[in-house]
Design a protein around this ligand. Structure first.
Ligand code: MLT
Ligand code: ZN
Length: 471
């Protein structure tokens, strides 16, 4: 079918409002957040309902036209951008943005995939509930993408990843049929767990259009501290102190290095270090409890006093207000943005057992410095769950393109260290377009063969997000 005929048929379904074809309108959808990929497309389709989206997929399937599903386009691995030849159409979920239901007794939130994570958090908070998932891009990232990529983020240490919060899904399959699995049961032991197949599939098996998420009680007390520490070993020691004190209250335990912090202080307007002196590493710890008058703040002070006495912590500050809490979190959440403003970077989103994080950081830093003298290691991230963003910034004053040409060499060197510690080469960002080449090495044999068979069974025409995840 000629493309113009397909687009006319699609326009008849979604209306003029739901179809963007001008270059000026589609440009923002064809480049990824990191600007690693510049794709092309002749149309971005923005359906207004699940039924419309399903009809669009049915038309594309009949025409054999590949589809790239896209939410907020915040992928770190190019998972939501089309290829360069212009043969793929983008289906954007942004207009599926209704909260369908919030049940404070069942503690469930039923919502459409185009709702941003932040809007979902606010909807939960209005009913005195908490959606316990938080990522730096939550103001832009949409629920569909968050689930399709099984996002992790800051609260995994306590609540797990996106997949741990999903009770039900509605998915448009590659033939355009709709699977309505929007159940909200805590127990439902009825055959293969299909929803978990789509969570983390990165749009290669279908398009998530709605979901039922688990909520938890809203915290009654929250306490946040920023601590300066001498080393990742000291950060680990601090983590074990908090775990020994009250593991159930640790909401987040984030690590930053002086290099990353200096980028934030340099590039992010209003960013200020609330400590007396800079430190080689920093920990942001957040404790929270839904129990009123639980003495959370006292507990935090007690652990920090002991850690200061033991020399584990060099300096610490506890947020005294919501404004201070937000200012401390901003230092952490702006790490990626600050790194981008500093120059070109190569990202490694890896995980190792928590106990191995210090050894991993030391070995990986040494390996990268040996490979590329002058390269600036920026390890930061979710230390409490073992997920470190081991990012590398180009050597000061070097050429960005020259530096980026070493991306595979750098990633391979880091992954060699990850392997030594039985870690993962992609902890929370997924595979996207950046990492399929790593799959045979890490997931080869029966595992990859099974994934390929699942893909072929659900998407025999291969139209869903081709070239992503699987090599
Ligand atoms: C974050 O936790 O801020 C992002 O996942 C990080 C990144 O790798 O830049
Ligand atoms: Zn992260």
């Amino acid at each position: 079918m000629p493309e113009s005929v397909l687009l006319d048929a699609i326009r008849a379904v979604v209306g003029d409002r739901g179809l963007l074809t001008d270059r000026a309108d589609t440009a923002a959808y064809t480049q990824d957040w990191r600007r690693l990929y510049q794709g092309r497309t002749s149309a971005v389709i923005r359906p207004g309902s699940t039924a419309e989206l399903a009809e669009v997929v049915r038309l594309c399937a009949a025409a054999g036209t590949p589809i790239v599903p896209q939410g907020g386009n915040t992928s770190m691995v190019g998972g939501a951008v089309p290829n360069e030849d212009g043969s793929e159409l983008i289906v954007c979920t942004a207009r599926l943005n209704r909260i369908r239901d919030l049940d404070p007794v069942d503690m469930t939130l039923t919502l459409e995939s185009g709702v941003t994570l932040q809007a979902a958090q606010l909807a939960a908070a209005e009913q005195d509930c908490l959606l316990p998932l938080s990522i730096s891009s939550e103001g832009t990232a949409q629920i569909g993408g968050v689930l399709a990529t099984n996002a992790g983020g800051n609260n995994t240490v306590r609540y797990g990843n996106a997949r741990d919060l999903v009770l039900g899904l509605e998915v448009v399959l590659p033939d355009g049929s709709i699977w309505n699995g929007l159940r909200r049961l805590r127990k439902d032991n009825t055959g293969y767990c299909l929803r978990q197949l789509f969570v983390g599939s990165e749009g290669t098996l279908g398009i998530i259009t709605a979901a039922v998420l688990k909520l938890v009680p809203q915290p009654k007390e929250t306490a946040v501290a920023l601590c300066g520490v001498a080393s990742p070993e000291a950060a680990l020691d601090l983590f074990t102190r908090f775990q020994a004190h009250d593991p159930a209250s640790v909401n987040a335990f984030e690590l930053m290095s002086d290099t990353g912090m200096s980028f934030v202080l340099r590039h992010i307007p209003g960013a200020m270090l609330p400590l007396q002196n800079p430190a080689p590493f920093y920990v942001l710890v957040e404790l929270a409890t839904p129990r009123p008058s639980a003495g959370l703040r006292d507990g935090l002070e007690q652990v920090l006093e002991q850690a200061l006495e033991a020399g584990t912590v060099q300096d610490a500050v506890i947020a005294e207000s919501e404004t201070q809490r937000a200012a401390i979190w901003k230092l952490r959440e702006e790490h990626s943005e600050a790194q981008k403003r500093e120059g070109a970077s190569i990202k490694n989103d890896v995980s190792v057992p928590v106990s191995k994080v210090p050894a991993f950081i030391r070995k990986a830093t040494a390996a990268c410095e040996k490979l590329l003298p002058g390269v600036r290691a920026v390890p930061f991230g979710h230390m409490g769950d073992g997920n470190i963003h081991f990012n590398l910034e180009q050597p000061a004053g070097s050429d960005a393109a020259w530096f980026l040409a070493s991306d595979h060499a750098i990633m391979d060197a880091v992954n060699d260290v990850v392997r030594e510690f039985d870690g993962s080469f992609s902890a929370e960002h997924g595979i996207g377009r950046l990492k399929p080449y790593m799959m045979p090495d890490w997931r080869g044999g029966a595992e990859l063969a099974l994934m390929q068979r699942i893909k072929a069974a659900i998407d025999p025409g291969g139209i869903m997000n081709p070239g992503k995840v699987l090599p």
